[in-house]
Design a protein around this ligand. Structure first.
Ligand code: ASP
Length: 440
């Protein structure tokens, strides 16, 4: 019998009516046995997510010793959810009272933030009549704060397979000291992936409010093509570069277990969505390019030194300077006598850039050092690129026709992507030009 783990995001669970719709979706396929849920999200654009309201509770309880004012908004949200679901016999007040008290006494930001998922999972489990399994008992972090797979996976398997069906709150687990710890924002996607791996699911369905991935940002190109199939590697490139339907870290657990992810829209369940496949199962489609994504605000430090290629340890010395200052770099394109470092500009604010340049000069004595600021990176991604002659010619002639000055080029060694650095102000035009070159 096939097994699917589903995760539903905050917008899919923002009120009682949406929760009822989710229950229907879940029950329409018997393979959907374990469901990871987010906290209620926004019901309308000016609304606030329950997780954000909880951060207010934490602040208030630190300032005043109690959080009754901020918590009253959480109460109201859950009262109306319970009412909309006609759950009269469910004593939500007892759970809310206990939660409020715990927030005030524990004074832990992670514990407080995690309560949106906890409360929502309790309500949904009561509504569906499915077992509630607390994430704190099955998901663990190690002493460095990283997800502890050795401890978690056997417990997830052992605990969940005791039940026919279960509801699990997303976003948190337990740290090495036994305290509740959250993932970064949007982390229920990661919890869902971990649960899918833990129970060896055949499929991880991630239900959200869009019908999958689009070939590029719809705010830049009107109605871009939908991506039906994408490999984990392509997705990693695109989501890293800002295509954020799914938390970037949620890919790793399922990828290791060769479990495909399906992105589905709770509000349009009939749409096919996007299927994300491990390389083994992925079959390249007809298109050369799968998607285009990018990010603004990078700084490029360009170094030149003649005979750089003959100088052993040049790159190591440059990178040690970055490491000592705890600055990470994104790309490092290099030539025979040149090396460039591409760094997110916010790491270099408040005089750090100037300090960095002095230290690099001392470490490697370049002939020339030059800084380009306000650079945007645009990645064109697709397995099809490696086997198609003329892909880069097509890409660069599109950019040249659009009058876009390319400041930097980096082609990943996997031939999966070509990244161009351009001025921030050319960002939208660049994406449009590439899209039109490959998709129209
Ligand atoms: N509720 C958390 C957040 O708003 C986690 C999640 O929804 O995935 O970030």
């Amino acid at each position: 019998m096939s097994l699917t783990v589903c995760k539903f995001g905050g917008s899919s669970l923002a009120d009682g009516n949406n929760i009822a719709r989710v229950a229907e979706i879940v029950k329409s396929d018997p393979a959907r046995k374990y469901v990871v849920v987010s906290a209620p999200g926004k019901r309308f654009s000016e609304d606030r997510k329950v997780t954000d309201l909880l951060y207010d509770c934490y602040k208030e309880s630190l300032e005043k010793g109690n959080c009754s004012e901020a918590f009253s908004k959480i109460r109201k949200r859950f009262h109306s959810i319970v009412e909309e679901l006609n759950l009269e016999s469910f004593d939500i007040d007892a759970i809310l009272d206990e939660t409020e008290k715990e927030i005030e006494t524990r004074k832990s930001i992670d514990f407080t933030a995690s309560r949106g998922e906890y409360l929502n999972a309790r309500v949904i489990s009561a509504f569906m009549g499915w077992q509630f399994v607390d994430a704190k008992d099955i998901i663990f972090f190690d002493a460095n704060g990283s997800f502890d797979e050795k401890r978690s996976y056997p417990l997830i398997f052992e605990t969940l397979t005791k039940y026919e069906t279960a509801i699990i709150p997303g976003f948190y687990g337990t740290d090495a000291k036994g305290e509740v710890k959250t993932f970064s924002r949007g982390g229920s996607d990661i919890s869902g992936a971990i649960v899918a791996r833990g129970v060896n699911a055949e499929l991880y369905e991630n239900w959200t409010d869009v019908s999958g991935f689009l070939a590029c940002d719809p705010r830049i190109v009107e109605k871009p093509k939908k991506i039906e199939n994408i490999s984990f590697k392509e997705l990693r490139e695109l989501s890293y570069m800002g295509a954020n339907v799914l938390h970037a870290d949620s890919i790793f657990p399922v990828r290791k277990g060769d479990i495909p992810i399906k992105i589905k829209n709770t509000f349009r369940p009939q749409d096919a969505g996007t299927l994300i496949l491990p390389s083994k199962k992925y079959k390249k489609g007809e298109g050369i390019v799968t998607g285009i994504a990018g990010k603004k605000d990078f700084t490029v430090i360009f170094l030149e030194k003649s005979m750089m290629n003959a100088e052993v340890g040049f790159a190591r010395k440059v990178l040690s300077v970055l490491e000592n200052k705890e600055i990470r770099f994104e790309h490092m394109p290099s030539g025979i006598d040149t090396l460039s470092l591409v760094i997110e500009s916010h790491f270099l604010e408040n005089g750090i850039l100037e300090e960095l340049l002095v230290e690099i000069k001392e470490a490697v004595h370049p002939d020339y050092i030059h800084v380009l600021e306000n650079i945007a990176l645009v990645a064109t991604v697709g397995h099809g690129m490696a086997s198609s002659v003329g892909t880069s010619a097509r890409l660069f002639s599109a950019l040249s026709d659009a009058g876009i000055n390319v400041r930097m080029i980096d082609q990943g060694s996997s031939e999966l992507n070509i990244i161009v650095g351009i001025n921030n102000e050319d960002y939208e035009r660049c994406i449009r030009a590439i899209y039109h070159a490959f998709f129209q």
